[in-house]
Design a binder for this molecule. Structure first.
Ligand code: KIV
Length: 273
């Protein structure tokens, strides 16, 4: 990418039927990898809670953690459209607090938009954010911040009533002016149908190939965790855990045998040649 990806590019790609690729990133290095690999959109997802911060799920992630990681991702990528993912309890309590928190992603981190979970119940908050100039990405279907309420992670929208509720949520978020809507864990036929009904770009995860964009969690894609767990919706392209532990073991062996450091790796008092 030679220029900054914006909401206009997002809308244009939907109009042309071109797929947009989004990936999570959580620091400057991972954001740089993604940008250099041609990714258009980055999400500093609260999934960093369970993939890199060692939490059991996304709920403990704090606003300050999310802001710090979003700012780091911005430092690593100047062209990608960067979305900060608002953590649990930073936007649900009070509209003013929610808008102030959302504004921090733009002012302090250089984010291009914020994402928050929930459909029609979140409309007053979303509308106010958009009114004051904060681009919002909606998120409906499987909402990981509701894992305790739902008793686990499951596909949403199989039953007729839930299916209709998802369509109504998507239409409401679209009418409110969301620039994109994440559809997570939604049957592919429904995700495709919603994609055809809304102006906003749909971003699928576990929702089939009919959405305008796809998002994946970097840790799944790169096989980071080492626990062997891979959600059904994900594909692991490289076993990063194996590569990393092998490299670290080599380093440890070389230190123990004296093979590292060599003179080449050592400081010296001799003048530079
Ligand atoms: O936090 C995250 O990574 C997300 C994606 C799964 C959409 O919300």
């Amino acid at each position: 990418m030679d220029k900054k990806f914006t909401v206009r590019d997002l809308a244009e790609m939907k109009a042309k039927g071109q797929k947009v690729v989004m990936l999570t990133a959580f620091d400057a290095a991972t954001a740089r990898w993604a940008q250099d690999a041609g990714i258009e959109m980055l999400l500093v997802g609260d999934s960093m809670g369970n993939t890199v911060l060692g939490y059991p799920n996304t709920l403990p992630v704090t606003l300050e953690e999310s802001l710090a990681h979003t700012a780091a991702a911005r430092r690593g990528s100047d062209k990608c459209f960067l979305v900060g993912d608002m953590p649990f309890m930073t936007y649900q309590l009070d509209i003013h607090e929610a808008v102030r928190n959302a504004g921090r992603y733009l002012k302090e981190c250089g984010a291009d938009a914020v994402k928050l979970e929930g459909g029609r119940t979140m409309l007053p908050v979303i509308k106010r954010m958009i009114e004051v100039g904060i681009p919002v990405v909606g998120h409906i279907g499987l909402c990981p911040q509701s894992v305790l309420k739902d008793g686990g992670y499951r596909v949403h929208g199989k039953a007729a009533e839930e299916r209709q509720a998802l369509i109504d949520d998507a239409l409401a978020l679209d009418a409110a002016g969301c620039c994109a809507i994440v559809l997570e864990g939604v049957p592919r036929e429904l995700a495709t149908e919603i994609t055809g009904m809304v102006r906003a770009s749909t971003i699928g995860i576990g929702a089939g190939s009919g959405t305008d964009a796809q998002v994946q969690v970097l840790a799944d894609l790169l096989g980071y965790g080492g626990d062997g767990y891979l959600p059904r919706h994900a594909k692991c392209y490289v076993n990063f855990y194996d590569l990393a532990t092998k490299a670290i073991r080599c380093y440890a062996d070389e230190v123990r045998t004296g093979a590292f450091p060599t003179d080449k790796n050592s400081s010296t008092a001799a003048p530079k040649k």
